[in-house]
Design a protein around this ligand. Structure first.
Ligand code: THU
Length: 152
């Protein structure tokens, strides 16, 4: 298996983990269910789902749920995240991380951190891979951008 093929397997495995995490999404207000799977540098995968609140603002996105789970277990370095989202019909589509999640990811992840998205399940599924640098070229935090200073 060459490097590109290995990368593809990882992307598909991570997407599968994100789809699994999505099953636990708590989204009674928006009806939009999101799952994420974050790959730590040591190979561990952390799943996360969105968790909504009746007062809306405290809602936690799937990506930040996964990130907080990993960081709270001592992880500080990550290489990729897969994200899937969709409505009650079970169908998922491209679900790029929101601006808040991009900023939060930049706290720990480098510009080359990969963000893996899928058009949905089944035949013709299209996978798109971006870098965090592409999705958030000008992150806030000019002195410590993109996980350049790993917090202990
Ligand atoms: N959501 C995520 O979980 N991740 C994103 O990047 C975008 C939005 C959630 C928040 C809310 O529960 C629902 O999707 C609708 O905005």
């Amino acid at each position: 298996m060459n490097g590109k093929e290995r990368e593809k397997v990882t992307a598909i495995e991570l997407l599968a983990a994100a789809k699994e995490a999505r099953k636990n999404a708590y989204a009674p207000y928006s009806g939009f269910f999101v799952g994420a799977a974050l790959l730590a540098a040591d190979g561990e995968v952390y799943g996360g789902c969105n968790v909504e609140s009746v007062s809306f603002t405290p809602t936690c996105c799937a990506e930040r749920t996964a990130l907080c789970k990993a960081v709270s277990e001592g992880k500080r370095e990550f290489s990729a995240i897969a994200v899937v989202g969709g409505g009650k019909d079970g169908k998922t589509g491209f679900c790029p991380p929101c601006g808040v999640c991009r900023q939060m990811l930049s706290e720990f992840c480098g510009r080359d951190f990969r963000v893996i998205l899928s058009s949905g399940d089944g035949e013709g599924e299209e996978v798109k891979v971006f870098t965090l640098g592409e999705l958030l070229p000008e992150a806030f935090g000019t002195e410590k951008p993109f996980g350049s200073e790993k917090k202990k």
